[in-house]
Design a protein around this ligand. Structure first.
Ligand SMILES: NC(=[NH2+])NCCC[C@H](N)C(=O)O
Length: 404
C-alpha cells in the first residue's frame, strides 16, 4: 500500500515536472515573436536577461551537483540554458547587428546622406531608420497613429529641419530606454524642433548607442549591472572556495559510486530517475552531502532569478508601459514555476528532501509572486492608467524643461 502510494506520488511529481518543462519550453517563444515583430528587444530589461543567463548557469551546475534535486529539474536547467541562449542571441542581434546591417544597406543603396528630412519621415511606420527605436520614443512622447499613418502629436505643422549624416545617426541610435531615462524631448517633438543642432549634440548623453551598447549602458546605468557583476564575482569566489573544501569528499563519493554503475553525477541523476520511477527511495546518505556546492549554487541562482525581476518591474514603472514585453512569457513562467514547486512538494514532504530543494522552491515561489506583479503591471498600464491627452503631455514635457 505504502509502496503503491509512493509510485503514484512519483508519477504525479514526474507529470507535474513534465508540465513545467513544457511551460518553460514555450515560455520564451512569445517574447521571441514580439522581438521579431518589433525588430528590437527594447522592452526587455538587460539586467533581467543578464540575471537569467547567470541564474541558468548557477541552476545547471547546482542541479548537477545537488543529489536531492529531481531529474526533471536537471533537464529543465539544460532547457533554460538553451532557450535563454536563443533569447539572448536574438536580443544581441537586434541591439547590435540588425540596425547596423540595415543602416549599411541603406548607405550602400543611397550613399548621399539625406539633407532634408521632414518630421513625418522621422517617424516611419517601423523598420526604417531604426524604426522601432523611434517608434518607442514616439509612443512615450505622445505621438499617435491615425488611419495607420504615424503623425506627430503636435497639432502645429512642423518645419523641416536640416540634418546631417551624424544627426541622422543620432536619431537612429536613440531608443526608448534612453528616452525614458531622460527628460530631454525626442528629436521631432516640439521641443526638439526648438533646439538647434548644437544643443542636440550637447545632449548626446541621452543616446542609447545600440551599436556600442554595453559601454554606454555601463556609463549610464552603472549600479544595476555593476551590482550584478559584483554579486556574481563574490558568489563565484565563495563557490570556488566552497568547492575546494568539498571537492575531496565529492570526488571520493563520485568514484565510490562507480561501483554502482554511475560514472559522473549526471549518471547518478539518470539512475535516480529510474530508481524513483521504480518506486525506490534515495538513500539518506545521498542527501547528507546535499548542503555543499550544489545548494550554494542553488541559493545564488535564487538570488539572481528573483533579483532579475526587479529591474524589469522598475523599467516598466519608469517607462509607464510594458510595451515590447509579451505577457505570455510571464503567464507561461507562472505555470512553469507553479508546477515546478508542485512537482517537488508532491514528490516528498520530508524535511530531509525539502531542505536541499529549498533554494529551488524559494526561487520558484518568489518568481511566481514577482511575475504576478509584472502581469498586474500589464493590466494596469492597459486598463487603469489614466490616458495622457496629447496637449497635456506636451505641457508636462515643457514644464519638465522649465520652459513653461
Ligand atoms: N531562462 C530561463 N527561462 N530561466 C528559467 C528561470 C526560472 C526561474 N524560476 C524564473 O522564473 O526566473
Amino acid at each position: 500500500m505504502k509502496y503503491s502510494l509512493r509510485i503514484a506520488r512519483d508519477e504525479v511529481s514526474f507529470t507535474l515536472g513534465l508540465i513545467s518543462i513544457i511551460g518553460w519550453s514555450v515560455a520564451e517563444i512569445p517574447q521571441l515573436i514580439t522581438n521579431y515583430r518589433e525588430k528590437s528587444a527594447e522592452g526587455l530589461s538587460i539586467t533581467f536577461l543578464l540575471t537569467w543567463i547567470l541564474g541558468d548557469l548557477f541552476n545547471l551546475f547546482g542541479c548537477w551537483l545537488e543529489p536531492a534535486t529531481l531529474p526533471t529539474q536537471f533537464y529543465m536547467a539544460v532547457l533554460y540554458v538553451v532557450t535563454c541562449g536563443i533569447l539572448t542571441a536574438q536580443a544581441l542581434y537586434y541591439g547590435h547587428i540588425y540596425h547596423r546591417l540595415k543602416y549599411n544597406k541603406r548607405q550602400h543603396k543611397d550613399p548621399k546622406p539625406n539633407k532634408l528630412l521632414a518630421p513625418v519621415e522621422v517617424i516611419p511606420g517601423g523598420g526604417d531608420i531604426g524604426g522601432k527605436q523611434v517608434n518607442d520614443a514616439e509612443r512615450s512622447n505622445g505621438s499617435d497613429t491615425f488611419g495607420g499613418e504615424h503623425i506627430l502629436s503636435s497639432p502645429i505643422p512642423l518645419p523641416e529641419i536640416p540634418r546631417s549624416g551624424s544627426l541622422e545617426r543620432e536619431l537612429y541610435y536613440m531608443s526608448a530606454r534612453s528616452l525614458s531615462r531622460s527628460h530631454t524631448p525626442m528629436a521631432g517633438s516640439v521641443l526638439a524642433q526648438r533646439m538647434n543642432y548644437a544643443s542636440l549634440h550637447a545632449h548626446n548623453s541621452i543616446e542609447e548607442p545600440l551599436l556600442g551598447g554595453l559601454e554606454s549602458r555601463q556609463s549610464t546605468r552603472p549600479p544595476s549591472i555593476k551590482t550584478t557583476l559584483c554579486v556574481v564575482s563574490v558568489m563565484s569566489f565563495l563557490g570556488i572556495y566552497n568547492f575546494h573544501r568539498s571537492a575531496d569528499s565529492k570526488l571520493y563519493s563520485a568514484f565510490k559510486s562507480q561501483n554502482e554503475g554511475v560514472v559522473i553525477q549526471v549518471g547518478r541523476k539518470l539512475l535516480q530517475a529510474s530508481r524513483m520511477v521504480g518506486g525506490g527511495q534515495l538513500q539518506e546518505k545521498d542527501f547528507e552531502e546535499s548542503l555543499g556546492i550544489g545548494s550554494f549554487l542553488g541559493w545564488g541562482m535564487a538570488v539572481l532569478y528573483m533579483g532579475g525581476r526587479l529591474p524589469q518591474i522598475f523599467l516598466n514603472i519608469k517607462r509607464g508601459n510594458a510595451e515590447g514585453l509579451n505577457p505570455f512569457m510571464f503567464i507561461f513562467a507562472l505555470v512553469g514555476n507553479a508546477t515546478y514547486i508542485a512537482s517537488i512538494v508532491v514528490s516528498s514532504l520530508d524535511w530531509s528532501r525539502i531542505k536541499p530543494n529549498l533554494p529551488w522552491l524559494v526561487d520558484a515561489g518568489g518568481c511566481l509572486l514577482l511575475d504576478t506583479v509584472i502581469l498586474y503591471q500589464f493590466f494596469y498600464f492597459r486598463h487603469c492608467k489614466p490616458k495622457e491627452n496629447k496637449l497635456g503631455h506636451y505641457n508636462a514635457s515643457l514644464d519638465d524643461q522649465g520652459i513653461v
